[in-house]
Structures are given as C-alpha cells and as structure tokens.
Design a protein around this ligand. Structure first.
Ligand code: TXA
Ligand code: MG
Length: 341
C-alpha cells in the first residue's frame, strides 16, 4: 500500500489537509496523527474494519485494548456507560485536554475489538491542535494506539512513524516533534478506587493535588500481580541491542561506571554523570532532575541506538519523584538486564 504523507503546520493548520486525512478515516483506513504525548495510529472507533487494520499494521496482540480519543464531552458520553461524578469532572477540568487517559465502563457502542473484550474503555482528549482538528472534522471518536510497530519505542517524530509503518498504513500526518515525548498516564475511574494502571506524562503527585485518594494499581507496585492494563505485560520500547538499567544513587552509579570499559557501549545518562566520564558513545538526557527534558528525548535516542556501532547500552536510573517514576518505568521496560548498586 502506498502511504500518503500529509505535512501540516500545527501553528497554521491547513483545512484541506485535515479534510484529506478525514476522508481516509471515513474510508475505514488508518492515519498516523501527532499528539502531545506520542504519534498515534488513528482509525474510526465505530468501525471494526478500521480497528482491525490498526492491529494488523502494528502487529499488536488482540488482547491489548486501544485508547479512544475524543474532542468534547458529547463524544465522550457516547463511549461510556457511567455517570460523570464530581471526582471525575474535577480531573477532566484540571487535565483535559492532556496526557491523561481515563478508564470508564464502556457503552455498548464500543466494540469488543477496541476494548479487547474488557467491560471498560480508555478515553483521552489530546492536547494537540491537529489531533483535535481531525477528530472534529471526522465527527467520530478516534481509536489510536502509539504509531509504532508493537514492541518498538513509541514514535515522537513523524520520521519514526515512517520508519515503522511506511507501506502498511494509508497516511501519515507529518508535524512537529511530540512535546511530552511519553504516553499518557492511564487512570481507572470505573470504580470507587481511582488507580493508576500505567505511569505516563502526568505524575501521581500532580493527580493527587486534584484528588488525594488516587493510588497506584497493585500491579505497578508488586510485579507478581497481574496488570489490569493488558499492555503492561508486554515487552516494550525495546532497542535492538541489549540494554542494562543501572539502579542506584548518583555517586554509586558514577563509581561503578568508572570501573568498566565504555568502548563499545552506548551510555545514556545525565549531565552530572556524563561530564565526569569519557567514552566514544555517550548521550546525555540533561540534568538529573529535568525529567520533562529527558522524557522528550528518550524514545528518539533509543531508536537512534539501533544505527550506532555499539554492542550494548547502559542507562542510569532517576529519582522516583514526579515524572522520574515514569522515566524509570520506561527505562526498565526497555532493558534486558538490571544492576542494583
Ligand atoms: O499517550 C497515549 O496514551 C498514546 C497517544 C497516541 O494517545 N497512546 C498510547 O496507546 O499509548 P497504546 O495503545 O500504545 O497504549 C494504551 C495502553 C495499553 O497499555 C493498554 O493496555 C491500556 O492503555 N488500556 C487501554 N484501554 C484500557 C482499558 N480499558 N483498561 C485498562 N487498560 C487499558
Ligand atoms: Mg504503545
């Protein structure tokens, strides 16, 4: 299949380009679209034929449900079968549009293909002018997983989507790099206990400022508990080389790294460590507490590592506060080994 490239400037959105993209959606095809978190592979959530195409293009396991993207409350209400109580409304007011997916009891309109036969559906309002314009133009909710081949790092640039999905999907909207650079936080609000199912672009600390009772789901604390979010159990974000996650405080990490050879290894770390070492392949993700900056560049570096003449990758852990918890989560999932110092 020929993949059509649709360039759109997000500061001056060309309506004809949006109409072209929406024609593909109405023809039950998949269109990769930018969002503020990562690029998504969008298709009409009401069309099983279109949803099937998402799973095929990504090589995605069919038991992993899709997130549905909406542009307003009216569209949200068509997708869910539960009242919006005060707690939920407060969260939506504070964080939508934005990197927060809410898991609701699903309406009968949401097909089992989208929800992977779960009784719930994850919904998000993206904070991106092109994604919102596309949903408004199509007037249908858009199911959209990250637009990568399953298992690969999520795409934060249009070129990443091209690398993974060219020839497999109808169209790619090419726009700027995703601002957040990591997927949304998934929060289950389908029962009284509001629990985070996947760490993401919004920290638990910020969520608790609005709802102090939000907790992490047990599976995020204890590896022996089966995750409620099926995607959590799969291998993710993996570069093609073996990657080791080095867990410990900065001083211990530095001490350890000074004892080993970095000749054939890519070291991905922070300024405070990289500045103290020498090696041919070292990439910094910024200063140790600049979590936003690090998240913004992480997936791009993991993808670049595939083309570097190195045999292995080392990454260092972050502090667990704020979005440091999300960074550690993605680094651990992308790693094949772990060293605890
Ligand atoms: O930021 C994002 O969330 C991006 C952009 C494109 O919106 N999308 C994304 O989708 O990351 P995906 O498919 O790569 O990840 C969706 C995650 C999976 O871990 C899936 O298991 C979980 O959300 N999920 C979706 N629906 C769920 C549900 N009903 N219950 C529990 N987990 C759900
Ligand atoms: Mg994904």
């Amino acid at each position: 299949m020929e993949t059509i490239i649709i360039p759109i400037n997000q500061n001056n959105i060309d309506n004809e380009a949006i109409v072209l993209a929406s024609q593909f959606i109405h023809a039950h095809q998949c269109v990769a679209m930018p969002t503020e978190t990562v690029y998504g592979l969008a298709a009409n959530a009401w069309s099983d034929e279109a949803i099937q195409r998402i799973f095929e293009a990504k090589g995605r396991p069919s038991d992993n449900p899709l997130i549905v993207h909406v542009c307003d409350q009216e569209m949200l209400l068509k997708c869910i079968d539960q009242p919006l109580n005060d707690r939920i409304l407060k969260l939506m007011e504070a964080f939508w549009p934005g990197p927060l997916t809410l898991v609701f009891k699903k309406s009968s309109l949401i097909s089992d293909l989208v929800s992977a036969s779960l009784p719930t559906v994850g919904i998000r309002m993206p904070d991106h002018p092109i994604a919102l314009a596309l949903i408004k133009a199509t007037q249908v909710p858009l199911a959209a997983p990250s637009a990568n081949v399953s298992g690969r790092p999520s795409p934060t640039k249009g070129s990443h989507v091209l690398d993974d999905l060219q020839g497999k999907i109808a169209a790619i909207i090419m726009a700027d790099q995703s601002q957040v650079g990591v997927e949304s936080t998934v929060l289950d609000v389908s029962s009284q206990t509001f629990a985070i199912l996947r760490k993401g672009g919004l920290s638990i600390e910020r969520l608790r400022e609005v709802d102090s009772e939000i907790i992490y789901d047990d599976a995020l604390i204890d590896v022996n508990v089966t995750p409620k979010s099926p995607g959590q159990k799969y291998k993710h974000y993996a570069p093609s080389k073996p990657m080791t996650f080095i867990e410990g405080n900065l001083l211990k990490q530095l001490e350890y790294l000074k004892t080993i050879s970095l000749e054939h290894t890519l070291l991905i770390s922070v300024d405070e460590i990289i500045n103290e070492l020498s090696g041919p392949y070292m990439v910094t993700l910024g200063t140790k507490d600049d979590f936003e900056f690090a998240l913004n560049g992480l997936f791009d570096i993991l993808r670049q590592s595939d083309n570097m003449p190195v045999t292995s990758i080392l990454v260092t852990s972050y502090s667990e506060k704020g979005l440091g918890a999300t960074l550690n989560d993605r680094l651990k999932k992308a790693s094949t080994e772990k060293i605890i110092l």
